[in-house]
Design a binder for this molecule. Structure first.
Ligand code: HEC
Ligand code: HEC
Length: 194
């Protein structure tokens, strides 16, 4: 009852209410993740170069992106279709499932911390593991994925208060350099946390 009421209220007021009231169920999330594995892997380590790794991302970030694909605020021919089939509860569950993996990222020997992209490390870290809750990890994403997203922020196809403002000032070369930095760091996704 409480849930149904919260969902109803959420529809009337704002999506925030929904996420605040829904209690995520990770086991249910594991079942939902069967729909995601072909592209994002069982543990969130992507299997396609155009798909991002989502294992160990903050749950709030995963849920926000799924909600954006579902509402049309973010568009992708595959993800928009997938997200339209997910209820608020399924989004909360699958986000909790993928968020529950431990991630590690060590700089490989050929990279020096001093060369990390200065503009980005405050939020995305030197090694690409996010320093803030609402930012994604960039570690080990493909150059193609990072490049596509930065150009989408720059052109306005994807919007975010902070990232759109940053991307506006990036040249193609800046984008390439940052993408190569983060793509060059291997991401390790461990077992799910208990
Ligand atoms: C057919 C392949 C495919 C399937 C199935 C799929 N995804 Fe995706 N997903 C993608 C691609 C490709 C992108 C990148 C979209 C873009 O370029 O904007 C993506 C992006 C995402 C993002 C954004 C991540 C980020 O870093 O911004 C999330 C979250 C996500 N998917 C979660 C899911 C979940 C959860 C499921 C299952 C319910 C799922 N996806 C099923 C291909 C897929
Ligand atoms: C002040 C914090 C902040 C800084 C600095 C910042 N970012 Fe971000 N970044 C974010 C947030 C927050 C998001 C999530 C945007 C959203 O919700 O759509 C994001 C998203 C991204 C994404 C999308 C990743 C994905 O998985 O879809 C990329 C790529 C990215 N940032 C690259 C960069 C690069 C490269 C720099 C430096 C030039 C940078 N960011 C600087 C906060 C920041």
């Amino acid at each position: 009852m409480r849930l149904a009421f919260a969902v109803l209220l959420g529809g009337v007021f704002s999506a925030q209410c929904v996420w605040a009231e829904i209690v995520p169920d990770r086991d249910a999330g594991r079942a939902v993740s069967r729909q995601c594995r072909t592209c994002h892997g069982k543990d969130g380590y992507a299997k396609l170069p155009i798909a991002p790794h989502i294992g160990g991302e903050p749950a709030a970030y995963i849920a926000a992106q799924l909600e954006a694909f579902r509402s049309g605020a973010r568009y992708h021919e595959m993800m928009s279709v997938v997200a339209k089939g997910l209820s608020d509860q399924a989004i909360a569950d699958v986000s909790a499932w993928y968020a529950g993996f431990a991630t590690t990222a060590d700089l490989p020997g050929n990279l020096s911390e001093d060369d990390a992209p200065e503009l980005c490390i405050g939020c995305h870290g030197v090694n690409g593991l996010a320093e803030i809750e609402d930012a994604p990890n960039l570690t080990g994403e493909t150059v193609m994925y990072i490049d596509t997203q930065l150009k989408a922020f720059r052109s306005g196809k994807r919007e975010h208060e902070v990232m759109s403002a940053i991307a506006e000032y990036l040249s193609d070369q800046d984008i390439r350099d940052a993408a190569e930095w983060y793509a060059g760091i291997p991401l390790k996704i461990g077992a799910p946390e208990e």
